[in-house]
Write a protein that binds this ligand. Structure first.
Ligand SMILES: CC(C)(COP(=O)(O)OP(=O)(O)OC[C@H]1O[C@@H](n2cnc3c(N)ncnc32)[C@H](O)[C@@H]1OP(=O)(O)O)[C@@H](O)C(=O)NCCC(=O)NCCS
Length: 175
């Protein structure tokens, strides 16, 4: 369990399936994330989920996001871990709309970045978000991510953002 100021990051568990299925079949969330809408049945989703929990990937680490009083509000992950390049991609989704714009996202990202730079040898974390998703960009900027380019893929236009260990270390010495 990883504890932030407003949230807790914990391992995913089977009890998360109903929330995750609801969020992954929500058209607005899929659009904001430029992600495909899950079109499978709940039973199939549950079966795939069970295998993922049983056989976790070594290059993908995912966490459930809970408020401090234990409400499951979303998920985050670092994935595409490349030990040779010393980098990984970050992802976050707060499915519970009541929790948007209240600083949860920034606390999740800050907590996850702190965890990764403390617990791994990775030096660079990067992510992409839609050009149109100003909320997400603002959230990542608050956590020290800066834009390093643009990408057009599958008809979507993304801002590419990154943060580096050196920059993070500098920030640590200020606090
Ligand atoms: C993107 C997301 C992770 C951000 O988390 P969050 O808890 O809402 O973010 P925070 O409250 O920490 O920060 C959001 C900031 O954006 C600002 N904001 C909101 N809408 C905005 C807009 N249209 N333009 C500019 N800024 C905006 C907020 O005011 C806040 O800034 P502030 O703290 O200075 O007031 C979360 O909203 C989410 O998961 N949304 C749904 C899915 C999604 O967008 N996925 C894509 C992720 S890449």
């Amino acid at each position: 369990m990883i504890i932030g100021s407003k949230i807790i990051l914990r391992d995913k568990r089977l009890a998360d399936v109903p929330d995750d299925y609801t969020w992954r079949t929500d058209p607005e969330l899929a659009q904001l994330d430029a992600a495909p809408l899950v079109a499978t049945t709940f039973q199939k989703y549950l079966s795939d989920y069970t295998s993922q929990l049983r056989y976790p990937s070594s290059t993908r680490h995912q966490f459930a996001i809970e408020t401090l009083d234990g409400k499951h509000i979303g998920n985050c992950a670092y994935y595409g871990v490349n030990e040779t390049k010393g980098e990984a991609e970050l992802g976050i989704m707060i499915g519970n709309r009541d929790c948007w714009d209240k600083g949860y996202g920034a606390d999740v990202v800050t907590t996850l970045v702190n965890y990764i730079f403390h617990q791994t040898n990775l030096n660079r974390l990067y992510l992409k978000t839609l050009d149109s998703n100003r909320r997400a960009q603002k959230c990542f900027q608050k956590c020290g991510f800066t834009s390093y380019g643009h990408l057009v893929k599958d008809g979507f236009s993304f801002v590419l953002m990154e943060t580096h260990r050196k920059q993070w270390e500098k920030e640590q010495t200020k606090t």
